[in-house]
Design a protein around this ligand. Structure first.
Ligand code: PLP
Length: 450
């Protein structure tokens, strides 16, 4: 069967009223870019627009659009077996091989995966698993989860509660009880107290220790962190932060969930973000780059210690968690093939190299436009802040939105995160010319907004 949608652009716009879109407010859904086709870093709209996608979708299309190998892999797998249950007693070859591959490429302590369909489910799995772990360890009072302001961990009830951005909470009366937020190591605008002689990394780590002591270590189950914070505002931590965090968590028996949903699979210029600071995760959530968005997939990896607790549980207290689509055969086959492409094309080193080019371009723009400041990034996860002036560092949300809108009209898709940070996270396969095109289009937008 061939399947084609023949509706013209105007009809699609009209029919699009029948769906809600993420973070929906109707005022934001005017003149939508209805993407019909994409290739490399470019999106093509049904209205004829060509846009350089500076965000690679939602930080996820790591290998770029239009790859012709993954559709073959998906088709072959679907013809053989698209899906089967992965509940206990059943399994399938692609999920088995992908779990083994992940064990071989991640921190030595992470050897076991539970698959999900995306990042929120992965974090939800992590939260339930830490609750389960502490109950089995005879410490059922350890239930609280500490996260940071400007964190983004997803959109289900618990994941939104761990997210550290008020805008995601206020319409729903969240966060849930038991989710606490502490200052993040944002060196440009740190919101905690800093003692004399302390670095921001030390102050932010101290904020974690103080929160654990205030709540009582016997009530704190886990600390969750993205290595580089993404959707909440693109924050790169100082180098002294994560080593101190690990020490503190070890001291008080608090598990660390590393959220690699954006950082994983090469985005920051290393295979995983935790490698940048040699951070040992107890649990790790991943999604996005594992399939580069060609099919939905996510998952949670757990340490051998946690796995042993699950394996040795009494028969009447199993780890009673499971998604219908866990270990989806076609998604896992595409995940394996996508990782093979990342390795074959050396996209991790490429991310580091092109990230430097992008950062240099952004720094050049900062020299030209005095409303740009705080250029930062790791690999191809970069951002620049739009401020009223550099001295006060006041976020200029309206101007950031205007620059982003004009850039889109000029053919560059970026995303304003944390209100005033223009974030960029293009495909890891982006070429030199395409990085330069991003900078040129952004420069014209800055010029136009003035
Ligand atoms: C760090 C992080 N964690 C979790 C999520 C949630 O993933 P998903 O949207 O696939 O549920 C996201 C999504 O952007 C994310 O950036």
């Amino acid at each position: 069967m061939t399947f084609t949608i023949t509706s013209d652009h105007a009809t699609l716009v009209e029919h699009d009223q029948h769906q809600l879109h993420g973070l929906h407010h109707p005022s934001g859904h005017v003149d939508p870019l209805i993407v019909d086709r994409a290739d490399g870093v470019f999106l093509y709209g049904t209205d004829g627009r060509q846009i350089l996608d500076g965000m690679a979708g939602l930080w996820n299309v790591n290998i770029g659009y239009g790859n012709q190998e993954l559709p073959d892999v998906a088709r072959d797998q679907m013809q053989k077996l698209a899906y089967t249950s992965s509940f206990v007693g059943m399994s399938n070859p692609p999920s088995i091989e992908l779990a083994a591959k992940l064990a071989s490429m991640t921190h030595p302590t992470l050897n076991t995966t539970y698959f999900a369909s995306g990042g929120s489910e992965a974090n939800e799995t992590a939260f339930k698993t830490v609750l389960y772990y502490w109950r089995r360890m005879g410490q059922p009072a350890k239930r609280k989860i500490i996260s940071r302001f400007q964190a983004y961990h997803g959109i289900t009830l618990a994941a939104t509660s761990a997210t550290g951005v008020e805008a995601y909470w206020k319409s729903f009366g969240l966060p849930l009880d038991g989710f606490l937020h502490i200052p993040n190591p944002n060196a440009y605008r740190y919101r905690g107290d800093v003692k004399d002689g302390e670095t921001i990394g030390q102050a932010a780590a101290r904020a974690l220790e103080e929160a654990i002591l205030r709540e009582g270590p016997e009530t704190v189950a886990a600390f969750i962190a993205e290595p580089v914070q993404g959707a909440g505002g693109l924050v790169v931590p100082p180098d002294d932060y994560f080593p101190l965090v690990r020490q503190i968590c070890d001291k008080y028996d608090v598990l660390i969930i590393v959220d690699e949903v954006i950082c994983g699979f090469g985005r920051t210029g290393t295979l995983f973000g935790y490698e940048q600071w040699d951070l040992r995760p107890d649990l790790m959530s991943f999604a996005k780059g594992v399939t580069s968005g060609y099919l939905p997939l996510g998952g949670t990896m757990i340490s051998d210690e946690i796995r042993d607790v699950i394996l040795n549980a009494p028969g009447d207290e199993p780890w009673m968690h499971g998604f219908t689509y866990s270990g989806h055969a076609a998604s896992c086959a595409v995940g394996l093939a996508n990782i093979a492409i990342i390795e074959r094309e050396d996209l991790v080193s490429r991310s580091a190299k092109q990230g430097e080019r992008l950062l240099a371009g952004l720094n050049k723009l900062r020299d030209e436009f005095d409303f740009l400041d705080n250029v930062r990034g790791k690999g191809l996860l970069c951002g620049v802040e739009v401020v009223t002036d550099r001295e006060s560092r006041t976020p200029d949300l309206a101007k950031a939105k205007a620059v982003s809108n004009v850039a889109m009209a000029n053919g560059l898709r970026s995303r304003a995160v944390g209100g005033n940070t223009l974030a960029f996270s293009p495909s890891l396969a982006i070429t030199d010319d395409e990085v330069d095109m991003m900078i040129d289009r952004l420069a014209s937008a800055c010029d136009a907004v003035g």
